[in-house]
Design a binder for this molecule. Structure first.
Ligand code: CMC
Length: 435
């Protein structure tokens, strides 16, 4: 991050006759940031920014979004090019290391991930402690946090080799944990990972194979899942990534930080939206009901929102949603399920909402979660596992951001301030004297 030469903002508090000169910091692309780190000592005020809509909490080299133009770059590469030409393992390397790998580097890296997929048997037994109808996100978050109880020997966050081992472990094992959560819900035996399969195919095998008969992963499903993982791998300082950074900034072990990220992702305003979209489409049921539900979404007295619509940063089409919508048609056609009524309903809902003044004026467009559930369903993934799939992919982004933060020599604990609006100082009254 550089000072923008000569560019400063002067802020004056005329009542107190004080002023502060705020330097402007430039990134490589995108708007510059106003450095307010000396605001409080100089003017005795903080900034007030609920939801952090205008606050950059860090500099980062990983992902860039231009929300007005609908642009998403991983390490500078457009998401459209990565979606078309790359693979999840290659994107994982890119996000973690910063550059695309050579063929040799990719083979070596994929090998590390492929050969660390098993989890400790004791950890596997943790699942038995959960009720059969526990939500898989609850199990995944708990089991990821529990990994810290197994790897004391490699949890020195200041040791780069330990950090690398952690990165490989969590990325390799999160599909195994995800699949175990699903198998526990079904009451089926856990299926061990198969190192001859690639990342997505191995996950599908662990989700759907059973010990009593052969199971062959459908290559169309594996390719679709790999592509969805590419699209979900990172999205700069979103709520769950910021949660991972905040938890990690305390020096907490990285498994605890990732588990915090899983929990943050679960909410319906974030990764939980993919599950909520399918529930909403089923609730709407038919095209005739769309106006009724759109009216509810616009009604501020109702809690109903159009799930899969709107985004804090994108005020244009989410580029991932465009890719997924196109992919949905192809995947359903390839699977012979192109007469999918939920897809038809989603398409009509999008069309009607995008012509509606409420959505136009607020720049609310379909986001990544609007169509992803339709594909997940088509490849047999149950609704309660949608957000888990998101978590598997986003683990890569969380790890990349955690690594970036911990290796920054200027890292500080994350600690937002507040505008206190409670009672002013007052004296304690003994209970006998209170009226
Ligand atoms: N349906 C109806 N109205 C909406 C919606 C929606 N989905 N999203 C935003 N609005 C309205 C909101 O009521 C507000 O209206 P007004 O100005 O009249 O008060 C205006 O649009 C601005 O919304 P906001 O709540 O200030 O926007 P935000 O940046 O705080 O929230 C969001 C972003 C994604 C949480 C929100 O758009 C939302 O709840 N969407 C539905 C849930 C969803 O699809 N989440 C997935 C996000 S993308 C993937 C991910 O992050 O994991």
């Amino acid at each position: 991050m550089n000072d923008k030469p000569g560019q400063t903002f002067e802020l004056t508090d005329s009542s107190a006759g004080r002023s502060a000169s705020l330097p402007v910091r430039a990134g490589t692309i995108g708007p510059a940031g106003l450095d307010i780190s000396h605001l409080q000592p100089e003017l005795d005020v903080f900034t007030y920014d609920p939801g952090f809509g205008m606050t950059a909490a860090t500099e980062s080299r990983i992902t860039y979004i231009d929300g007005d133009a609908g642009v998403l770059l991983y390490r500078g590469y457009p998401i459209e090019q990565l979606a078309e030409k790359s693979s999840f393992m290659e994107v994982t390397y890119l996000l973690l290391i910063g550059e695309l790998p050579t063929a040799k580097q990719l083979a070596e890296f994929s090998g590390h991930i492929r050969y660390h997929t098993m989890i400790n048997e004791t950890l596997l037994r943790f699942f038995n402690g959960f009720h059969h109808n526990a939500h898989p996100m609850a199990m995944v978050s708990a089991v990821v946090a529990s990994m810290s109880a197994f790897y004391h020997d490699t949890m020195d966050i200041h040791n780069p080799r330990h950090r690398e081992i952690f990165a490989h472990r969590i990325i390799a094992k999160i599909p195994t944990i995800a699949a175990a959560a699903h198998k526990h819900s079904l009451g089926q035996p856990f299926i061990y990972p198969r190192n001859d399969l690639d990342y997505a195919a191995n996950l599908l095998n662990m989700l759907f194979a059973v010990p009593c008969e052969p199971y062959k992963v459908d290559p169309i499903a594996a390719k679709a899942l790999d592509l969805l993982f590419v699209l979900h791998a990172d999205h700069e300082q979103n709520a769950s990534t910021s949660t991972v950074r905040l938890a990690g900034s305390t020096g907490a072990n990285p498994y605890a930080a990732i588990s915090a990220g899983v929990s943050a992702l679960w909410g319906p305003a974030h990764g939980g939206a993919n599950e909520a979209v399918l529930s909403m489409l089923e609730q709407i049921g038919t095209v005739d009901n769309i106006p009724k539900y759109l009216a509810m979404a616009k009604d501020k007295t109702s809690h109903f929102r159009l799930m899969g619509f709107g985004h804090r940063v994108y005020k244009n089409f989410d580029p991932r949603a465009k890719i997924i919508r196109e992919m949905t048609h192809k995947v359903l056609a390839a699977l012979g399920r192109d007469d999918n009524p939920l897809l038809e309903l989603a398409l009509r809902l999008e069309e009607i909402a995008l012509k509606d003044e409420y959505f136009i004026s607020r720049k609310l467009y379909p986001n990544v979660d609007f169509y992803s559930g339709v594909i997940y369903s088509a490849i047999g993934i149950p609704r309660s596992m949608f957000t888990v799939m998101f978590a598997v992919a986003r683990t890569v982004g969380w790890v990349a951001h955690w690594q970036e933060m911990i290796s920054d020599p200027h890292m500080r604990i994350g600690r937002p301030r507040q505008l206190y609006t409670g009672a002013p100082r007052r004296d304690y009254i003994p209970v006998s004297k209170r009226t």
